[in-house]
Design a protein around this ligand. Structure first.
Ligand code: ZN
Length: 200
């Protein structure tokens, strides 16, 4: 994992997106707050922790203490999302809310004033290398419209199926943050990929 962080650092990317999976909310298991804390001294980039875990309220403090800058949890996994967003902000961190492909934007509309980031999952979470689900594009457009109408300022992020072909599409739909996994780690020239994405 240290190698991955070094690759991200040297590519010129701005953020390190950390996919935390618990083997329950999604089938695979990845790593926990301890690994994030171990990586933290090796990078000055923004650490964006994406918690794909059940009962995220039990883990928020650990990830805050580990040095995450953004902590994003799933609306589907939390009983009291509204409160949890405030808890993250009270810990001095940026609060993010994410939804899987089956969840409409309307499900989180009341939470948006408390969110610093909204993460649209453009694939079903759990595995890399999947294709972007087209309905995700409408969700991004809807979010951008709500943000404009209500004068809010959360960032819109998209995760899953993002590569050099899909990035321009989601970018013109209004996304601010592009998360790439397979496209990044599969690229021979990672810095060139980041430069190309940044041009968007
Ligand atoms: Zn993610």
């Amino acid at each position: 994992m240290g190698v991955a962080v070094a690759q991200i650092d040297s590519s010129g990317a701005d953020w390190v997106h950390l996919d935390i999976m618990d083997g329950k909310f999604v089938p695979p298991l990845t790593f926990g707050a301890k690994a994030v804390a171990d990586m933290r001294p090796h990078s000055r980039l923004v650490f964006d922790a994406h918690l794909m875990v059940c009962e995220p309220e039990r883990h928020i403090e650990d990830f805050a203490r580990a040095g995450s800058d953004y902590i994003t949890f799933h609306a589907e996994a939390a009983l009291h999302s509204h409160r949890l967003l405030s808890v993250i902000r009270d810990l001095g961190k940026k609060a993010g809310i994410s939804i899987v492909p089956a969840t409409p934007v309307s499900a989180i509309e009341l939470l948006l004033p408390l969110a610093d980031l909204v993460l649209i999952m453009a694939v079903n979470p759990g595995y890399g290398g999947q294709s972007l689900i087209p309905e995700s594009i409408e969700k991004i457009e809807t979010l951008r419209e709500i943000r404009r109408k209500k004068g809010l300022n959360f960032l819109i992020s998209v995760d899953g199926g993002i590569n050099i072909e899909t990035a321009p599409i989601v970018r013109s739909a209004g996304v601010d943050i592009l998360v790439t996994g397979s496209a990044f780690f599969g690229a021979r020239d990672k810095a060139a990929l980041v430069t190309d994405l940044r041009k968007l």
